[in-house]
Design a protein around this ligand. Structure first.
Ligand SMILES: [Zn+2]
Length: 326
């Protein structure tokens, strides 16, 4: 049971492994020797496949632990279908504890569907797309604020008027988050944009971050994954949809956030989920003497969905992300 089998990523075939719990190491082609850990449980009866990714950004640690704990708690004889989890989707970035890969400085959540002959990050994206996401009936990608950002407990879903968009919305209500965020369109390069391209419904999760895993955060992830498994009928039991307290709308792109005009020490003057008016001061950037170097103002009204939490910032880094109420 504790054994780990190494196989070439091209030879991964969950059907051939049969029912049961499997720990696998998918070895990627290339000189760097990168491999992806797989936690696979194939149920004793057929059903859907839930694919779950964590650690796409290497400083977002909550989902990694949540997937290890969900895997340990699931019994193959109780499953109808498959739980296919990649707890560390970006091993070079996770080893470094960084959002991006130290090997090529790329952000894995910007390069999907990747390239087979590309950089390490592009090759990881390519294997995840063709070998893992391609097998999904549903994709869940576990993120968080990581070291530098703060989000509320949030689930983002596909708000498009499509079959997979409607399935994504239903699953978002089943997950049971206090904040839901509908994305009518999503920028390219994400795992979720790759799922949408394949007409696979998807969700992603955010949480406060900070580099420490509290029991409240861990429970949010593990309970949500189990509720989603039940919603997809992979686990038995009924799931009552939970209407969110906040329902947001808009593009969820941290790259489109309000960016820092200068380096400095950021002092936020708003909290996550605050409503802000155009021109409202969201925070200030100070120099080492405590003098204000720049004042950050809201360009439009909206609700704060993420803010910079780690105060030391460089010019061009995101400070505040605003969304609209749905
Ligand atoms: Zn992330």
């Amino acid at each position: 049971m504790d054994e780990v089998r190494s196989i070439s990523a091209d030879q991964f075939d969950p059907e051939a492994l049969g029912p049961g719990a499997h720990r696998l190491r998918l070895v990627l082609p290339g000189p760097e020797g990168v491999s992806l850990p797989v936690l696979l449980i194939t149920g004793h009866s057929p059903g859907k496949t839930l694919v779950v990714l964590a650690g796409v950004h290497g400083d977002e640690v909550e989902g990694i632990r949540a997937l290890q704990e969900v895997f340990a708690s699931l019994k193959p004889e109780r499953l109808q279908g498959r739980f296919l989890a990649i707890p560390v989707a970006n091993p070079p970035a996770t080893r470094a504890g960084r959002r991006t890969s130290p090997q090529d400085d790329q952000n894995l959540a910007r390069v999907f569907p990747g390239r087979r002959e590309g950089t390490v990050t592009e090759r990881i994206a390519s294997i995840l797309s063709e070998t893992i996401i391609a097998r999904a009936d549903f994709l869940l990608d576990l993120h968080s604020g990581g070291i530098a950002y703060e989000f509320p407990f949030l689930v983002g879903y596909d708000g498009s008027d499509t079959e997979w968009g409607r399935a994504s919305r239903e699953a978002a209500f089943a997950f049971g988050a206090p904040v839901l965020w509908a994305h009518p369109t999503i920028p390219p390069g994400r795992s979720i944009s790759e799922a949408a391209r394949r007409h696979i419904p998807w969700l992603y999760v955010e949480a406060p971050g900070g580099g420490r895993i509290t029991s409240a955060v861990l429970t949010f992830y593990t309970r949500g994954v189990r509720r989603l498994l039940a919603h997809l009928r992979i686990l038995s039991g009924s799931v009552r949809p939970r209407p969110p307290r906040w329902h947001l709308l808009g593009e969820g792109d941290l790259d489109r956030a309000i960016l820092s005009p200068t380096s400095g020490f950021f002092v936020p003057l708003v909290r996550v989920l605050d409503r802000v008016r155009p021109g409202q001061t969201l925070g200030v950037l100070r120099d080492s003497f405590g003098r204000t170097r720049a004042s950050i103002e809201a360009p439009q009204d909206g609700r704060v969905v993420a803010r910079r939490a780690f105060p030391i910032v460089a010019a061009g880094e995101p400070l505040v992300l605003l969304a609209h109420d749905a």
